[in-house]
Design a protein around this ligand. Structure first.
Ligand code: KE4
Length: 422
């Protein structure tokens, strides 16, 4: 049996960092990744034979748990009819109609293969529809790795961004304006200075990439009003929150309707699916109807469509309120266990997502999230994984629960946390 150590050694010779996505390398938590051989329900099994209670859930998609029988069967039946056609198939229409039924603001949509593709395309569409170039995003929010979003806040209150990574030309992020999350005044100030140049505001309606940071009352409503007032489009990046904060996502939970929505993760049920959509008059600017070009070889892949449709159909029968109550109770218990060890812990929770921040400062934006003790988190991560609990290998990610997690899973996790030594 080839161990995780052996697989990781081989992987590093052929894949940068031995991974196909950086956070999986566990560099932020001071250990090497474990290789996974299988997963079912709330648990994964490593190639070394260790069973892990999983709270990463592939970074959100597996809200039904791994290997949900109906999802797997739907994908199997589809793939046995052919894995990719490069031509329209009924599943694309059925999934889009199911999404529209759950998110009526998505009057029309386009399927793609990742969240990055969805947000990149939505930005191009917003710019094409408005004829404007600038965008507003929020510090600490992540919208995938397309160039315009890989920007860091300029020094001080400078509104012009600087590249957040080598390889992104300065002039590509010159139109990216950055504001602190939950800071409506900063957004209004940007609009007052650049109003008629701003194509869109893109926001995670509950932020999940600086740890979980919920919107403060009035924040989303304020963004809606500002966008309407200045003729900019409001884009909700619901790649994490879609079908998780409620069956209708964050827009249903908070009662704010964006002009465009981007989706990923859960919509594919574990298969590569992204989606952007919204008001019909905007979406009809997308090729081939309109002039804004967007395309994809595997967009609308029949197996992925079948898995996504089966997932949404299963979710329509799930009790979101019960999962929210169970998740909150579990998060509170976990917070108490850690506080009993003398650690300062802040907890942010919404629906089936939470983050425990090792800091005494309430976390409401990226600056306060950065007060967390990342070393303490790394210690927590390593000892919990040793004890059979898989948490996100970064304190800036979320803890996800699923409809497959049991009270036994939660109890075992609390027992493991009680044994952690800082
Ligand atoms: P993908 O291209 O990774 O499918 O989606 C990009 C994306 C877009 N928008 C939001 C709000 C997202 O959270 C993401 C991706 N999320 C990260 C983790 N939070 C994916 C994990 C990874 O990068 O490996």
């Amino acid at each position: 049996m080839t161990s995780s150590v052996d697989w990781f050694r081989r992987a590093q010779d052929v894949l940068p960092g031995g991974v196909n996505s950086p956070v999986r390398a566990c560099r932020g938590v001071g250990c090497d990744p474990l290789f996974i051989g299988s997963a079912r329900g709330s648990r994964m099994r490593t190639v070394d034979g260790q069973e892990l209670i999983d709270f990463v859930l592939s970074w959100g998609p597996m809200i039904l748990g791994h290997c949900d029988p109906e999802v797997i069967e739907a994908a199997r039946a589809a793939v046995e009819r052919g894995s990719s056609y490069g031509a329209p198939c009924p599943g694309e229409v059925e999934l889009a109609e199911a999404v529209r039924r759950l998110m009526p603001g998505m009057e029309m949509m386009r399927m793609v293969s990742s969240g990055t593709e969805a947000t990149m395309s939505a930005l191009r569409l917003a710019r094409g529809f408005t004829g404007r170039d600038k965008l507003i995003k929020f510090d600490g929010c992540y919208h995938g790795h397309s160039d315009a979003f890989l920007a860091s806040a300029g020094s001080g209150l400078a509104t012009l961004s600087i590249p957040g990574t080598p390889g992104v030309p300065a002039d590509v992020v010159a139109h990216t304006l950055i504001a602190p999350y939950n800071d409506l005044e900063a957004v209004e100030d940007l609009f007052n200075r650049h109003g008629r140049e701003i194509a869109c505001v893109i926001v995670e309606p509950a932020a999940g990439n600086m740890g979980l940071v919920p919107p403060e009352p009035g924040f989303l409503e304020g963004l809606r009003a500002l966008c309407t007032r200045f003729g900019a489009l409001l884009i909700f990046d619901e790649v994490i929150t879609g079908f998780r904060l409620s069956l209708g996502g964050a827009q249903a939970r908070y009662g704010v309707r964006p002009d465009l929505t981007t989706l990923g993760k859960i919509i594919g049920g574990g298969f590569p699916v992204g989606c952007f959509g919204g008001r019909r008059e905007i979406m009809e600017h997308v090729a081939p109807v309109g002039a804004v070009y967007q395309a994809g070889t595997l967009s609308g892949n029949p197996a992925a469509m079948a898995a996504g449709l089966a997932t949404l159909r299963r979710l329509e029968a799930c009790d979101y309120d019960a999962l929210e109550r169970r998740t909150l109770a579990f998060a509170r218990d976990l917070k108490s266990v850690l506080e009993e060890k003398g650690l300062p812990v802040q907890m942010n929770h919404v629906a089936s997502i939470f983050t425990l921040f090792f800091t005494k400062t309430p976390v409401t934006d990226f600056d306060t999230a950065k007060t967390m003790d990342t070393e303490a988190y790394a210690t927590f991560f390593r000892q919990m994984r040793e004890a059979g609990v898989n948490l996100a290998p970064s304190g800036y990610e979320c803890t996800f629960t699923s409809f497959a997690h049991t009270e036994e899973d939660f109890a075992a996790t609390l027992d493991a946390a009680r044994r952690v030594r800082f």
